[in-house]
Design a protein around this ligand. Structure first.
Ligand SMILES: Nc1ncnc2c1ncn2[C@@H]1O[C@H](COP(=O)(O)OP(=O)(O)OP(=O)(O)O)[C@@H](O)[C@H]1O
Ligand SMILES: [Mg+2]
Length: 357
């Protein structure tokens, strides 16, 4: 496999997000008239500590979860796109002369990389892409360089291959989210154009913030916060195992005090964290306002979360659904798709690599 964060399109493949709590798969197809069709998706839970801080820890457990996810998906496709966690990739934008040939550019990338990558170059894989003309100089182009430790890439490939799948694309979480954002933008007034939109992906342990202005990524940040703390509180209060607490979260059945004494305070915490991220963004960048907040990640499945966030921040808030304009395979249940959609951003962004519209 070529290490290619940036290769535009490839043959059909499945998007596979190996996150801290689950293996998630999405398979898309062409849906006609320039749109996608959601063929299938699946979510297979991971035992705690199979992935820690984005690193592969328990290989066998991960392989089993990938096998299960693939079985649940019910596809025949074995080619997959994986992503590295953003934190294990070093990216940097540099300016280069337009007159460089492809080979000269490659040499230049290696030279540049040498300066800011804290590893020897034979330990890393490097990829780069020209993004566009430099703002202030017509003779220069802006180039995005991404580098990752070979070891991290090989660990993830071993998981997929152990499950009998073939990795044809290795992407980065952030870039996959950016790709999926193009589908979410159409949920917003004017398709998001000219507006500043903050996506808050609140998973189990991390909250990833991505801000787009006029549909271009302008800011990212991550911090540790997520639904795991709600799970812990449920375990502690009601004497449940992690697995039981996870089921209770989704399916209900907890004592009456849960709603007011556990869930509401957690929702308040989410609203506070989002409000803080908003404030950090507006005070540390040239932007002084955000027009919309899009909530993603598993925590966004909590009913009325958008109302809570909107009340606290005074910014219009919605829940992400990258599939909202897609035709759905007849075997999928539309209501369930809406519930699962916010956790499938990365898998969806990866799956988009396999479809040419
Ligand atoms: N219906 C629900 N109600 C409340 N919480 C939910 C619901 N569904 C999922 N969650 C919570 O969402 C979290 C998982 O979200 P997600 O799948 O986005 O995380 P992840 O991508 O595995 O985590 P991370 O991004 O931190 O690696 C878990 O804490 C889970 O309990
Ligand atoms: Mg996640």
């Amino acid at each position: 496999m070529k290490f290619d964060f940036f290769t535009e399109k490839t043959p059909p493949l499945i998007g596979v997000d190996i996150s801290s709590t689950a293996v998630k798969m999405v398979e898309l197809a062409e849906g006609g008239r320039g749109s996608y069709k959601l063929q299938a998706y699946s979510i297979a839970p991971l035992p705690k500590d199979a992935i820690v801080d984005g690193n592969v820890v328990e290989l066998e457990n991960l392989i089993d979860a990938v096998k299960l996810a693939w079985k649940l998906l019910g596809s025949r496709e074995k080619r997959v796109a994986l992503a590295l966690p953003t934190a294990s990739v070093i990216s940097k934008k540099v300016l280069m002369s337009k007159s460089l040939t492809e080979t000269e550019m490659e040499n230049q990338v290696e030279l540049e990389a040498n300066q800011y990558i804290p590893f020897s170059l034979d330990e890393v894989n490097i990829d780069f892409q020209t993004i566009g003309d430099a703002l202030n100089n017509p003779d220069e182009v802006e180039v995005l360089i991404a580098a990752a430790r070979k070891e991290k890439i090989e660990d993830r490939i071993a998981v997929a291959e152990g499950a009998g799948l073939k990795v044809t694309v290795m992407d980065v979480d952030t870039y996959a989210t950016d790709a999926a954002y193009t589908l979410i933008a159409s949920q917003l007034p004017n398709g998001g154009s000219d507006q500043t939109v903050m996506v808050a992906d609140i998973g189990a342990f991390m909250m990833h913030i991505h801000v787009f202005h006029d549909n271009k990524a302008v800011f990212t940040r991550e911090q540790s916060f997520g639904g795991g703390s709600l799970t812990q509180e449920i375990q502690r209060r009601f004497g449940l195992s992690v697995e039981e607490a996870e089921i209770a979260k989704r399916k209900g059945g907890l004592p009456e005090s849960y709603e007011s004494e556990v869930l509401q305070p957690f929702l308040q915490m989410i609203a506070t964290e989002v409000a803080r991220a908003l404030q950090f963004f507006t005070t540390s960048t040239q932007y002084n306002r955000v027009d919309h907040i899009v909530l993603a990640g598993g925590c966004s499945a909590i009913p009325a979360i958008e109302t809570m966030v909107q009340e606290r921040t005074q910014v219009h808030a919605i829940v992400a659904n990258p599939f909202h304009q897609m035709t759905l395979n007849a075997k999928l249940k539309p209501q369930q798709v809406v519930i699962d959609a916010p956790t499938l951003l990365i898998a969806c962004g990866l799956a988009m690599r396999g479809v040419t519209l």
